[in-house]
Each structure stands twice: as structure tokens, then as C-alpha cells.
Design a protein around this ligand. Sequence first.
Ligand SMILES: Nc1nc2c(ncn2[C@@H]2O[C@H](COP(=O)(O)OP(=O)(O)OP(=O)(O)O)[C@@H](O)[C@H]2O)c(=O)[nH]1
Ligand SMILES: [Mg+2]
Length: 221
Amino acid sequence: MTQKIPVVEKILSANDRLALENRARFDAAGVFAINIMASPGAGKTSLIEQTVRALQGKLRVGMINGDIATSFDADRAAAAGAVAVQINTGGDCHLDAVMLQSAIAQMDLTSLDLVIIENVGNLICPADFKLGAHKNVLVASIPEGDDKPYKYPGMYRGVEAVVINKIDLLPYVSFRMDFFQDGIEALNPGVVQFALSCRTGEGLQAWMDWLVSQVAGAKRF
Ligand SMILES: Nc1nc2c(ncn2[C@@H]2O[C@H](COP(=O)(O)OP(=O)(O)OP(=O)(O)O)[C@@H](O)[C@H]2O)c(=O)[nH]1
Ligand SMILES: [Mg+2]
């Protein structure tokens, strides 16, 4: 007698299901979306400001900012030229797919090419909540220390790109770049990395080239 083999499939959580819906809405509108995560003060908004300015006249950019309070960062992105929406999480330490769904509803996605989501500053919880973005990007920064991949492995494992910001501070801070990058490589082999400074602009071009190529690649399909 042949045995009936039970097949157990992953049951999508409510958040995962909504994240897929968000992704479908981005795709239907021809929008590429990235989710930027980092610890507080790593330079997420600074990178977004630089990115929006560099894309002026080339790509139409929307920005969704998640913070516990204030609209400071959405205001900064808007001043740089993005169409910005602020989500105040009211205490939650991460964005989730429901919050993102509400933010998307405030945007005319068809008028945009790229949406940059700035997650709440935190190296733990944002890694566990899919939003529907096409790429997840982690911004690390030199003053945080070179041991962060070892201490926050979940965050480093789940991203498609790592930006190492504030390299202008390398002469003043003890930071072993080899140790830091070995930690990343062990968790996420081959992940694309950019070392740059939002202050001086050093290294920004490689980040911009990668981002533009990602958007262009997505638009081909
Ligand atoms: N020296 C130096 N300072 C930087 C650089 N990038 C950002 N900063 C500074 O770092 C501080 C935090 O930058 P933000 O861009 O606000 O960081 P954030 O990650 O968006 O912060 P939260 O949203 O509060 O989590 C600001 O004082 C920036 O001017 C850099 O490349 N070099
Ligand atoms: Mg910010």
C-alpha cells in the first residue's frame, strides 16, 4: 500500500500576505521600492536626501518615513525633492505591511518610478516584518562600531545591500573594516556593499549606479 505523504506548506502570516499585496501594487504601477533599515542616526535620511537630489530630473522618487514621532525626516526628503508621506508608528519599533499599505494609499504611485521607505531606527524588529519592497538595504555607520554584524545577525542576513556610511570618520574612530566585512560575509555571502560618506559624497556614485541599475532592471519586465 502506498503511503500518503503529508505535505506541510508554510502558512503565510497576515503580514506576509499584505506585503505581497503591497508588492503587487508597486508592480502594477511600475514602481521599484526599497526598504532602508538601520540603527538610529546611522544616516538613513541623509542617504535618502543625497539619493533624491542625485536623481532629480531622472527618476520620480517617493519617500515613506516611519518614525515613532515627528515628521522631521519626511520634511527633509520633501525638501530634497521627494513626494513624502510620514507614518507615525505611535510607539512601534518597526514598520509593518499594514502601515505601508496605508502610506501607499496616500501616494499616486503611477506618477513615481522609485519609492524609498525609511524604516524606524532599530537593528532588531524591522528585519522580521516584510513590507513588500523589492530590495532591503541596511545602512551601517562607522561610529556604531565594527562588531554590529556579529551582534545583530538577523538584520545583516536579511538584506540585499549594505551601505557603510560615515567613512569620513574613519580617521577618528577605531573601526576594523576587515573584521566588520568578514562578519557580513559570514552571514550574507556576496551581499553587495558600498562604503561611502553622505557628508563628503565619497563613494556615493557606486551606490547611485547600483540603485539606478536595479530600477532599470525591474522596469524591463
Ligand atoms: N560625519 C558624518 N555624519 C553624517 C554622515 N551621514 C549622516 N551624518 C550625520 O548623522 C546624523 C544622523 O543622520 P540621519 O540621516 O538623520 O540619520 P537617520 O538614520 O536617518 O536617523 P534616525 O531617522 O533618527 O534613525 C546627522 O547629524 C547627520 O548629519 C556622514 O557620512 N558623515
Ligand atoms: Mg532618519
